[in-house]
Design a protein around this ligand. Structure first.
Ligand code: GRF
Length: 203
């Protein structure tokens, strides 16, 4: 089995990145984490990955004149590392259609809500304010529109009466760590077909 070379893009603590790294340690996992890239050189997740002996890179968005220059630099790093799939994991930069267009059906994102509900930020606060009883998380292919794109996997999390945004976020995060490795395995293992907006399992 040839493992797909995956880059994980992060901006912060990188707990989802860690769950993908752990999953990829299995001999039969169809992906290897070939690179962890951060737009913030001081991201805690980057230091963790480096300490694990994982190949890391920082492309600091602040030193570039604009979004495209920043993204072209990231793209170079991805190409030099012969990356085949990209996983966004708490990567806090909006991506241009140009960059997204380099990775059709080859870039995944994890979002802390049941899409298409609660795109954008502060999902847990908004879900509580709306009084929903079921919340959750989504792994989806990245398309130019933010937090849209075909859904690869989702997990539901019941909302409790005593939930705060923090307690709800913590339970959603547990599910994020469960479904992201599963979704990446499906995509890296070519075990899906895309029918319109639907990602269907292939035997
Ligand atoms: C996660 O909740 C993820 O869904 C969202 O940003 C957060 C990142 O957390 N996109 P971490 O850096 O993976 O711990």
């Amino acid at each position: 089995m040839s493992k797909k070379r995956v880059a994980i893009l992060i901006s912060g603590r990188g707990s989802n990145m860690m769950s993908l790294v752990e999953a990829a340690r299995s001999a039969d996992y169809p992906a290897e984490i070939a690179l962890v890239l951060s737009n913030r050189p001081d991201a805690a997740g980057l230091a963790w990955a480096k300490a694990q002996g994982i190949n890391v890179a920082a492309v600091d968005h602040k030193i570039y004149a604009g979004r495209e220059e920043f993204e072209r630099s990231m793209q170079k790093v991805l190409e030099i590392n012969r990356i085949e799939l990209v996983c966004l994991a708490g990567f806090m930069r909006v991506l241009t259609p140009w960059f997204v267009g380099q990775w059709p059906e080859r870039m995944l994102n994890i979002h802390p809500a049941l899409l298409p509900s609660y795109r954008g930020l502060h999902t847990h606060e908004r879900a509580l304010a709306d009084g929903v009883k079921i919340h959750g998380c989504t792994v989806h292919f990245v398309v130019p529109e933010m937090d849209a794109g075909p859904i690869v996997d989702q997990a539901a999390v019941p909302v409790r009466d005593d939930d705060t945004p923090d307690t709800l976020a913590a339970r959603v995060l547990v599910e994020e760590h469960r479904i992201y490795p599963r979704a990446l395995a499906m995509v890296a293992g070519d075990r899906f077909v895309l029918k319109g907006n639907r990602v269907l399992a292939r035997a």
